[in-house]
Write a protein that binds this ligand. Structure first.
Ligand code: PLP
Length: 432
């Protein structure tokens, strides 16, 4: 068991200065009743905390560390750019470098705009969709999280589910009424809602591979129905690939399903660990944005040179190595090993993975939507997660979050992880 004295002291100090001691709710470990770990450095597959403990990291900064932490080429790109200046508030060629790499990998994106977070990206796609279609309503799916955008923080998964809030105070009812929610992966429910509101439907937004209700991929039939119906009503289909983009495959989830959305939101991986988001899509829709179109959108630090240098370097590495088959094979080995351990102990357990994203659930049946995920065992999850973290395996501290693996997670890391988990289960994770 790791000694985490310094993390405990750092959390106490942070709590006196910041709401809940954190700048993003999931980091507070409230869901598993634990003390968050405070980190000082990271390298490859490993995190190192303030007490000097080492962790095998299966969060990877929620996606960006797909080639491992502190990748020397990414770190050098940031250092070199820092010497040249950190922000000009004016255009650079670096922005076009990142734009062309993304457009090359994701054919539905013909033009793109950079922003500073995934939230900004999805928020902007909604405004653009409403402006372009001249309609108001949005359909989103229960358990899909699209950032903390007013119109989209309605039956959102992840942090919101973790804290049991159906939505958030502070969002006007007059705005929320334009967002209609629907169960994920439920074709009939969607068709019913669609036919009621299609004349005023600006867009349908979806995580094609959901990573904010645990890891739950959309079914092909479900996603194809969304494409068909939105095309038939002149509404836009928005794929929120902030998490799945450059995580499940080089062309995102849309490549795996072979479905072209009208707009795509990106974030996480494309910034190489710096704060970046982006949204893009069909040329005629994107050209509806200022300065050539009427829909306003802007950002003082958008396309920031440090962030673009990190992003283009990481994207080039990913394109060169195309590591997604390797990542999936390694994720499968990890999850297969975990499943064996749980089966032997008689603990209901199910797993799933695509590329470098994965999920595991303490339930017999693999979840298909947020209702299924909610039904999985909270008690075992919290006990298991606390035991993992205290023994150096850093999984996401909520059953509503996905797992992430990097190219630096080799046989050594996976076997070490399984050995630790086997010991945890032997000691008895189901004991209170
Ligand atoms: C993380 C995430 C967002 C929000 O991105 P931020 O950078 O945290 O604002 C939006 N959509 C999805 C699918 C995400 O996973």
């Amino acid at each position: 068991m790791h000694n985490i004295e310094k993390s405990i002291a750092l959390f106490d100090r942070a709590k006196s200065l910041m709401p809940g001691g954190v700048n993003s709710p999931v980091r507070a470990f409230k869901n598993i009743n634990g003390n968050p770990i405070f980190f000082e450095k990271a390298k490859g597959a490993y995190l190192f905390d303030a007490d000097g403990n080492e962790y095998i990291d299966y969060i990877g900064s929620w996606g960006p560390m797909i080639m491992g932490h502190s990748h020397p080429e990414v770190v050098n790109a940031i250092k070199n750019q820092a010497d040249l200046g950190t922000s000009y508030g004016a255009p650079t060629g670096l922005e076009s470098d990142v734009a062309s790499l993304i457009i090359q990998c994701i054919p539905s994106i013909e033009k793109i705009r950079m922003v500073n977070s995934g939230t900004e990206a999805t928020m902007s796609t909604i405004r653009l969709a409403r402006g372009y279609t001249n309609k108001n309503k949005i359909i989103k799916f229960d358990g899909c999280y699209h950032g903390h955008v007013d119109s989209l923080l309605i039956k959102a998964g992840s942090g919101v589910s973790t804290f049991g809030l159906p939505d958030s105070p502070g969002i006007p009812k007059d705005l929320a009424k334009h967002t209609i929610t629907c169960p994920y992966n439920d074709v009939e429910a969607f068709e019913k809602i669609f036919h009621e509101i299609k004349d005023d439907l600006a867009a349908v937004i979806v995580e094609p591979v959901a990573g904010n209700m645990g890891f739950v991929p959309g079914t092909k039939k479900f996603l194809e129905t969304l494409r068909e119906k939105t095309s038939s009503s002149n509404s836009l289909l928005i794929f929120d690939e902030v998490m799945s983009g450059f995580r499940v495959s080089l062309g995102g989830a849309q490549e795996i399903y072979n479905i072209k959305p009208d707009l795509t939101a990106l974030g996480k991986v494309i910034g190489g660990g710096l704060p970046v988001g982006a949204f893009g899509g069909k040329k005629d829709i994107m050209d509806y944005l200022a300065p050539i179109g009427p829909v306003y959108q802007a950002g003082t630090l958008s396309g920031n040179p440090l962030a673009m240098a990190a992003g283009s370097t990481l994207l080039n590495l990913i394109i060169k190595e195309n590591p997604f088959e390797l990542l999936e094979a390694n994720a499968k080995e990890l999850l297969g090993g975990m499943k064996n351990i749980m089966d032997t102990a008689g603990i209901p357990f199910s797993t799933n993975q695509i590329g470098g994203m994965f999920g595991f659930f303490f339930s017999e049946k693999l979840p298909n939507n947020i209702t299924d995920v909610s039904a999985s065992d909270d008690n075992i999850f919290a006990l298991f997660l606390n035991a993992c973290i205290r023994n150096g395996i850093y999984f996401a501290p909520s059953k509503f979050e996905a797992g992430f693996i990097s190219t630096k997670h080799g046989n050594n890391e996976i076997h070490k992880t399984l050995e630790i988990i086997e010991n945890i289960i032997k000691v008895g994770v189901t004991k209170k």
